[in-house]
Ligand binder design. Structure first.
Ligand SMILES: [Ca+2]
Ligand SMILES: [Ca+2]
Length: 464
């Protein structure tokens, strides 16, 4: 056999590479964690949630390249408790952090909790974070480089809308796209992907948008001509069967919701949310393009999440902070090289609380004892795997909700209840809590929630 010198050279190079990187000792995978604030699941194009046009090709492309969880739920539908539970690994029912007014410094379990970021830093990762990541509880500062989020200034003369008040306002922004803070966060994130890294990196980019106020360049509004904008389905009699405590949950936002509807501005508000979502998609898309062009494209886990969902007048409510589908259903997409297959989707119910143990599992890092949640690796490997399909969300004064594939059950501290059958009622319009047909189901679901006497009391009494 005649071997050419070129072949021999290649063979020697291959051999030396094998010696330098023996099998089993490869560097751990990098992590790119992308977050959008207050983004509901409309971009998943679930017709029962929203049937109008959504423009988010970059995030949808990410979903198509990996696994989309259509039934991911926040542990608590506000920024502070959602992010605190995700990054600390401590469930709200143990920390007592159930809403944005919680005094996180007073929570005993959070005083000793090691954050997801600290755990990765301790495992030898370089840590980089840009934009809105933590809110409330932060844990130890372990960042090699970090820049927090800043709200963009409101246009001169704001409020722009007749109903506008503070952050509850929208319209075209006076800044260029380059001047906007979420654009700057993407620029920083892209710069990290353009660097050479000797250690594995954990890189986080969190957009403040589409949190209100919705001020983005006019071109994003132009993508959604007002006469073509659809509004989500509303039921004017929805509250007839909701217990009084559910009324209190909505209380603070009902007035604003009614002012939007009465002023004929529902379409305009939905247009602004869609426009802001499209801007967010472009920024995350820029980061994903930079990853695709980098040497890290094949050894980087990509996760995209939102911290909770969002109401746009459904159930007489605006923004977040309810235990219904609109505020609890959250974005979760995962692409894991060598594990997820393109085009995957799963209806298994999971919690954002599961993110911490999942990332540890994927990167082969031991799990600290305090970390709640379940590793999603079995679903990432097989989206149809047997799985106890449940997700629990918490709110305010020990309110709790459990979602299964078919049902949502809500239990308030004083015993008031709601039950929705998603098979018959995807909008959660008909409360079946008093329907005897469902008595067994209610009992079963109630038993899956932690009992009230085992739940941490909320750290601040009065919900805002
Ligand atoms: Ca949020
Ligand atoms: Ca109802």
């Amino acid at each position: 056999m005649n071997l050419s010198p070129k072949f021999l050279t290649l063979a020697l190079i291959s051999l030396s590479l094998m010696v330098a990187h023996p099998v089993g000792a490869e560097q751990r995978m990098n992590v790119l964690l992308l977050i959008a604030d207050d983004l509901n699941t409309w971009i998943l194009e679930k017709p029962e949630r929203y049937s109008g046009k959504v423009v988010a090709p970059n995030l949808q492309k990410l979903g198509e390249s990996g696994l989309v969880f259509s039934h991911a739920y926040t542990a608590s539908p506000f920024c502070v408790p959602s992010r605190t539970s995700m990054w600390s690994g401590v469930s709200p029912h143990k920390s007592g952090v159930y809403h944005n007014q919680s005094n996180v410094a007073a929570s005993a379990p959070l005083k000793t909790a090691q954050s997801l970021f600290e755990t990765f830093s301790g495992a030898g990762y370089s840590m980089y974070g840009y934009g809105k990541i933590t809110h409330g509880w932060r844990g130890k500062d372990v960042w090699d480089d970090k820049q927090g989020h800043k709200r963009d200034p409101r246009p001169p003369g704001a409020p722009v809308q007749s109903v506008g008040k503070g952050e509850q306002d929208w319209g075209p922004i006076h800044l260029t796209e380059e001047e906007m803070n979420d654009t700057g966060g993407a620029n920083k994130t892209i710069a990290i992907l353009e660097q050479e890294h000797e250690k594995p990196f954990f890189l986080v980019y969190g957009t403040f948008n589409p949190h209100m106020a919705w001020f983005v360049p006019q071109k994003y509004f132009d993508m959604f001509p007002l006469d073509e904008v659809k509004t989500p389905a509303l039921n004017p009699n929805d509250f007839d069967d909701i217990p009084p405590i559910g009324d209190e949950v909505v209380g603070g936002k009902r007035k604003f919701t009614q002012s939007v509807l009465n002023a004929g501005l529902h379409k305009s508000a939905v247009q602004a949310y869609l426009a802001t979502t499209a801007y967010v998609d472009v920024q995350h898309g820029r980061v994903l393009d930079a990853l695709a062009k980098s040497p890290y494209k094949d050894n980087t886990i990509v996760i995209f999440i939102s911290d909770h969902g969002f109401h746009l007048a459904e159930k007489d409510h605006w923004q977040k902070g309810t235990l219904w589908e609109e505020a609890t259903n959250s974005m979760l997409m995962c692409r894991v090289p060598g594990m997820t297959k393109p085009g995957g989707s799963t209806k298994r119910c999971v919690s954002l609380q599961d993110l911490y143990p999942t990332l540890l599992d994927l990167c082969d890092i031991p799990r600290p004892a305090h970390v709640d949640g379940r590793s999603l690796v079995p679903i990432l490997k097989d989206p149809d795997v047997d799985w106890e399909s449940t997700a629990i969300s918490y709110l305010y004064d020990q309110y709790a909700s459990i979602r299964t594939g078919q049902f949502r059950y809500i239990r308030y501290k004083d015993g008031q209840q709601e039950l929705y059958d998603h098979k018959r009622d995807p909008h959660e319009w008909k409360n079946e809590a008093d329907n005897h047909e469902y008595a067994e189901i209610i009992k079963k679901l109630a038993n899956r929630l932690p009992s009230i006497d085992t739940m941490a009391p909320q750290l601040v009494r009065t919900p805002k």
